[in-house]
Design a protein around this ligand. Structure first.
Ligand code: GDP
Length: 491
């Protein structure tokens, strides 16, 4: 990715489709002069270039008028226009009525001069206006390029930039709240504190190494060891909330598995709360996965009703069984349904074998009938693992709230499920923080074993770099490219 700043970029910032308004954004050193070339203030002659009105206007002002096709003299940029150029159009032709908002550097989203043009929504207005901006000399922005500029110009750090994408992708209120708190700098502030303490520790250890006559024999003072342990704890606390935060941020898929006729479809319906999958008394009739998302303490849980996991049957059912196995492999957790009113079956045992160490929640269904076995019998089938079991009746709804509660608890939530604060659910962050914590553990061990101060300093520096990756103090262009490719154009 070419991170070159310095040119002026433009894009449509709103989603396509019929809507009241659409917004275009322009950012860069020529944003104001370029916007002037496509803007005719209301009441002025309809010529492009409203006599440099925008270039002279103060920051944070609104201007009402007409978007017009620019006159000649602009750097035609048809190559970048993505086929939206308009042959045969006259300079000065009106494209739409607009309100233009001006934000001068550095008080703008990107810290560059920014112009936002609000026009009418719908299929054509914003596209024609974008074509005009490109014809006037702007370059079409790449996905996330406005936010990338905000990061490169130091207005936000990388964790905050990623929060912008999370905010846009948030599917639940909890995910939205988590992204907002990260955007507000909750995680960044916490990590700034961590980095400061690590930098102090590195400085102290390195200073001692430098001044030691007998290099390799310095002792790391007890207060530095204590500081390292404290930071380690702080990282552990952040990482503890990570599984839940990730579930909040991304949602989780939970397949409902079990042998035919135990009540998977019925339970799926009871959990989802409406008639979705076909319930039938014939074994093996749920041929495919049927998915539906529910929200549990702010986590979007996509339940999928699977065909019975068993080795048998005709080709259609075999495909269903394969999909169920695939769903199991791709999920952090499975909901295993057994029929509590009939003795456990060899097929139940076969399914238990397919879990292969995956966490499961066991629903002992048909609790409206008399129980054929004890809950412990299920645990016996699972060889060593002791997953939670809940007796439910998909038919009467008994036990469904308890099942949901247990599911939420297993995902890391529960009654304090909204204790997100500075937690991060971003795998890039958790990987880096985990690496940082491991380095700190090694630094502490080395210090306690009286190993050379250089080794302690080296580990501390690695921890510092790992934490710095989260906020973007130390990341390469390839990582930036990956992060910003998640964004939409115009953000
Ligand atoms: P699946 O093959 O595992 O998806 O099972 P279904 O949901 O299709 O249910 C199989 C049969 O068991 C149907 O006749 C359901 O009405 C019945 N069934 C499901 N859940 C319950 C329950 O909680 N209690 C009773 N008594 N019957 C149930």
């Amino acid at each position: 990715m070419n991170l070159l700043l310095g040119d002026t970029i433009a894009a449509i910032a709103t989603a396509p489709g019929e809507a009241g308004l659409a917004v275009l954004r322009v950012s860069g050193p020529d944003a104001l002069t370029l916007a002037d070339r496509v803007f005719a203030p209301a009441g002025a002659a309809d010529a492009p270039g409203g006599a440099g009105r925008l270039a002279r206007a103060p920051s944070h002002t609104l201007h009402h008028g007409w978007a017009v096709w620019p006159g000649s003299g602009g750097r035609a940029n048809e190559r970048d226009s993505g086929g939206v150029g308009e042959p045969g159009i006259e300079a000065g032709e009106r494209l739409d009525e607009v309100v233009v908002a001006l934000f001068r550097a550095p008080r703008s989203y990107t810290r560059e001069d920014v112009v936002e043009l609000s026009c009418h929504g719908g299929a054509r207005s914003a596209h024609r206006l974008l074509a005009a901006l490109l014809a006037a000399g702007a370059r079409l922005a790449r996905p996330g390029e406005f936010t990338l500029r905000a990061f490169l110009n130091g207005r936000i750090d990388l964790a905050e930039a990623e929060a912008v994408a999370d905010l846009i992708h948030a599917a639940t209120d909890a995910a939205h709240r988590l992204a907002l708190s990260q955007l507000g700098g909750a995680l960044s502030r916490e990590l700034a504190g961590v980095r400061e303490r690590l930098a102090d520790a590195v400085a102290e250890v390195e200073a001692r190494v430098d001044f030691a006559e007998d290099v390799g024999g310095i002792e790391v003072p007890a207060h530095v060891v204590a500081a390292i342990a404290e930071v380690e704890d702080e990282l552990s606390r952040l990482l503890d909330g990570a599984a839940w935060a990730r579930a909040v941020r991304e949602g989780v898929r939970v397949p409902i598995v079990g042998r035919p006729n135990v009540g998977k479809s019925s339970l799926f319906n009871a959990l989802v709360g409406e008639e979705r999958s076909i319930v039938t008394a014939l074994p093996g009739t749920t041929r495919d996965r049927v998915s539906e998302a529910i929200e549990l303490d702010g986590v979007r849980v996509t339940l999928s009703d699977t065909a019975g996991l068993r080795e048998s049957a005709g080709p259609v059912e075999t495909i269903g069984i394969e999909r169920a196995r695939a769903a199991l492999a791709a999920s952090p957790l499975a909901l295993w349904v057994v029929d509590g009113s009939a003795a456990l079956h060899s097929e139940d045992r076969a399914i238990a074998g397919a879990f292969a160490g995956k966490p499961v929640l066991v629903a002992i269904n048909k609790a409206d009938r008399s129980a054929a076995f004890d809950a412990d019998a299920v645990l016996g089938v699972l060889e060593g693992a002791a997953p939670p079991t809940v007796r439910v009746s998909a038919l009467t709804g008994a036990g469904i709230p308890a099942l949901k509660g247990e599911l939420s608890r297993l995902l890391g939530g529960g009654s304090n499920g909204t204790r997100l604060g500075a937690a991060t659910g971003n795998p890039r962050h958790t990987e880096a923080l985990g690496r940082g914590r491991a380095s700190l553990g090694r630094a502490r061990d080395a210090a306690q074993q009286g190993m050379p101060g250089e080794i302690v300093a080296l580990e501390l520096r690695e921890a510092l770099a790992a934490v710095g990756e989260v906020t973007g103090d130390a990341v390469g262009e390839d990582i930036l490219a990956r992060i910003f490719s998640r964004f939409c154009v115009g953000k």
